[in-house]
Every structure is written in structure tokens, then in C-alpha cells.
Design a protein around this ligand. Structure first.
Ligand code: MG
Length: 387
């Protein structure tokens, strides 16, 4: 096993220090020798009644619940008033122009640099659908991503469990970062960008697996009375989907989620598009995953790399922010409505993502052909001078 470095130290609410190690290995990943195990809090919700916890949340956590729900609403395009929509849209689009309209400027900026593609899955490569288990990508999108991976190192970065997102994408030549980057695996075959013979595998939160499983079961139990609520086990995090829940019941469901979370100080909650997600309090997110993957590909301190990250969710903002701070490449937010974002450009929906990716492939092909023709012409000139 090759230990690369120690990355993160985090002090959680209980003042317990955790260290996370990063490793690139063909077999295993996480060596917690120096790390204290997160205390296996055996679910305080078991010893304190759910009713009592919900009452407690009513008194003390009401504003927190409202914040979660408001934040989730802000990610939901249905809540923009029609009258203000066009003004807001116009001003926002000026600041975050369409990546399709800016395509030439983007390719000029990438000149002489290695483009590395990072793609979120839900809402980016596939439409958001009511049943998360049926968020399939189209064959046309799959063929497009396959072509992208032929020309650029490509990673899928998703909040989903890695196995789940792989079952949707089914392209072995890609990098996959599941559970918001907490579960990373390199191409299993056919990538010219794979470094050496070692498989990249990184799981910084493996110590949390039993706790996540426990929380998943608790959430299933506590949410079973809310029609439409769907709890998904993403291995290193748990998602509670609100997409099929009547909006009048969102606060009630958020309260139920909060009641479970109360018993787990080592877990935190984040909001996404009609989803609340519970994950370990380690300092690891899609932005860290992007940096890890760039390092794994050998571009850690490289000035000639041009990472492009396309995503639609609040959790993608961590990656957009990393790109802004690095001053390399750019983020593209997939959204039909104005949103506060660190992305530089926008695309409205997955069909536009596909159009952008196809254009990128077409541009790269043309560039390679042009380079080939120039090289051949130079060879011909050299030969004629020698003769
Ligand atoms: Mg998404």
C-alpha cells in the first residue's frame, strides 16, 4: 500500500479529533491507526422516545428545521414567482452565461492544457425523476460520456452510493466518486489516463459505515408514516428524498430527520434538491474529491490542467469553489433558474449538458486532426528539404 499523505483533521461537536488518511492502493484504503474511532453512539433515539425528541425539536430546533426546509425550497425551481422570474433570469444569465454560448471562449481558455471532466449524475446526466431508483441516463448520453472519456480523463462525482451510480452509467473507463466523494474508485479497464497498474481507491469515512447503517434503519422507521418519503442508503451517507412528499408535510418530515440526527453528534445534515442528506462530520466533500482525483491523475501542482465540473446541486458548489480558488478551469451549474453559485457558466438541463459534451468532443477531434495534418505537412517539408 502506498500512503500518500495525511489530509484532514476535524474536531467534531464532542471535541473528538479525527484524522483521515489517504491511500492509493490496489487492495485497501483506510488506515485509521492514528485516528480515533468515532464513538459508536448507539442511537440515542433508541433510549429517548421519538415523541420526546420531536417535542424537543419543536422547542429548540424549530428555526433549524425551518432553515433546512427553506434551503431545500431555494433549490426548487417551482418557487420562483413568475413575475420576477424573467428579470432575475436575465441578470443572472449575464453573470453566468450559457456554456454553449461561450463555447469558443472556453476552448480558447483551455488551449495547451489538459481538460479533465468532472460530471455530477442526478440532474446533470439524468433528469430528476420521482423515483430515485429510476433515474436512468439515456443511451445517447451514455454514448456521449463514453466519447468524452476517450479524449479526456473523466470522473462521475455523485452523492449516490458508488455502486449505484456505476449501475446507472455502466462505463468502466471512468473514475467514480460516490457518496459525495467519500468513496472513490479509478477505471477498472480501458482508460489511457489510469496511472500505472494500481487501482485508485479512497474511502475516508469507512469508520462510519456501521453508524450510517444504523441511522438509515432509524430513518426508515421514523419516516414510514410520511407518505412519499423515501430513504436511500448511499453507503457513506443517507439521503431522505422529499420529491414525492406533499410540500405541506416537508417541515414534518424535516423534523423527523432532525429527531434521528439529534442522537448522532458525529453526523451532519446538508440540503439538496428536494433532499436532506446525513453524512459524517469529516471535512470531505465533492471539492476535496476533485482535488484528490486531480492529484491521482498527476495534476496536483500542474499549471497545464483545465478541470471542468458540471453539476446541478448545492453539494456541487464545494467543487465549483475549489476551481475558483485554484484559478483553473471552471464550474458549470445546471439550472433553469437563478441560484447563488460559484460556477462560472450555466446550462439549463441535461439535454444541454449533452450538447455541450458533444461539442467538446467534436472540437477535440478537429484539433487532433489539425495537429496531425500540421505534423504531416512539416514532415513533408523536412523530407523535401533533405532531398
Ligand atoms: Mg445532481
Amino acid at each position: 500500500m502506498t500512503k500518500q499523505n495525511m489530509v484532514v483533521a476535524d474536531v467534531n461537536k464532542s471535541g473528538i479529533k479525527m484524522a483521515i488518511s489517504m491511500a492509493v492502493s490496489g487492495s485497501s484504503v483506510y488506515s485509521p491507526a492514528a485516528a480515533q474511532k468515532p464513538p459508536s453512539v448507539p442511537g440515542a433515539f433508541i433510549s429517548i422516545s421519538e415523541k420526546k425528541l420531536v417535542q424537543n425539536l419543536d422547542m429548540n430546533g424549530g428555526s433549524r428545521i425551518n432553515t433546512w426546509v427553506d434551503s431545500m425550497r431555494a433549490s426548487s425551481p417551482t418557487h420562483i414567482k413568475a413575475s420576477t422570474f424573467s428579470d432575475a433570469q436575465n441578470s443572472w444569465i449575464m453573470q453566468h452565461p450559457s456554456a454553449l454560448d461561450m463555447f469558443d471562449q472556453i476552448t480558447i481558455a483551455s488551449k495547451g492544457k489538459q481538460i479533465v471532466m468532472f460530471l455530477d449524475y442526478d440532474g446533470t446526466l439524468s433528469p430528476i425523476v420521482d423515483d430515485p431508483d429510476r433515474a436512468f441516463m439515456s443511451e445517447a448520453m451514455r454514448a456521449t460520456v463514453r466519447k468524452v472519456a476517450r479524449y479526456f480523463p473523466t470522473a462521475i462525482v455523485s452523492g449516490r452510493c458508488r455502486d449505484k451510480v456505476y449501475s446507472f452509467v455502466r462505463l468502466a473507463e471512468l473514475y467514480y466518486a460516490g457518496s459525495h466523494g467519500m468513496d472513490i474508485k479509478g477505471p477498472s479497464k480501458g482508460s489511457k489516463y489510469k496511472k500505472g497498474t494500481q487501482a485508485v481507491l479512497f474511502q475516508p469515512a469507512s469508520e462510519f459505515l456501521p453508524m450510517i447503517d444504523e441511522v438509515y434503519k432509524a430513518l426508515l422507521e421514523v419516516t414510514k408514516c410520511t407518505p412519499g418519503a423515501l430513504v436511500e442508503n448511499n453507503k457513506f451517507c443517507v439521503s431522505v428524498h422529499f420529491r414525492c412528499v406533499d410540500e405541506k408535510r416537508w417541515s414534518e418530515l424535516a423534523k423527523q430527520v432532525g429527531s434521528v440526527l439529534e442522537g448522532y453528534p458525529n453526523l451532519r445534515l446538508t440540503q439538496g434538491r428536494k433532499v436532506l442528506e446525513i453524512r459524517p462530520t469529516i471535512k470531505w466533500d465533492k471539492g476535496k474529491a476533485l482535488e484528490f482525483l486531480l492529484e491521482s491523475l498527476g495534476y496536483a501542482n500542474c499549471a497545464d490542467v483545465f478541470p471542468v465540473y458540471i453539476g446541478d446541486d448545492r453539494t456541487d458548489e464545494d467543487a465549483f469553489k475549489v476551481l475558483r480558488e485554484r484559478g483553473q478551469g471552471f464550474g458549470i451549474l445546471v439550472s433553469k433558474t437563478p441560484k447563488d453559485t460559484n460556477a462560472s457558466y450555466s446550462l439549463q438541463e441535461p439535454s444541454e449538458v449533452m450538447a455541450f459534451l458533444r461539442r467538446l468532443v467534436g472540437w477535440k477531434r478537429m484539433s487532433l486532426r489539425r495537429q496531425f495534418r500540421m505534423r504531416r505537412r512539416l514532415e513533408e517539408i523536412k523530407m523535401s528539404l533533405l532531398n
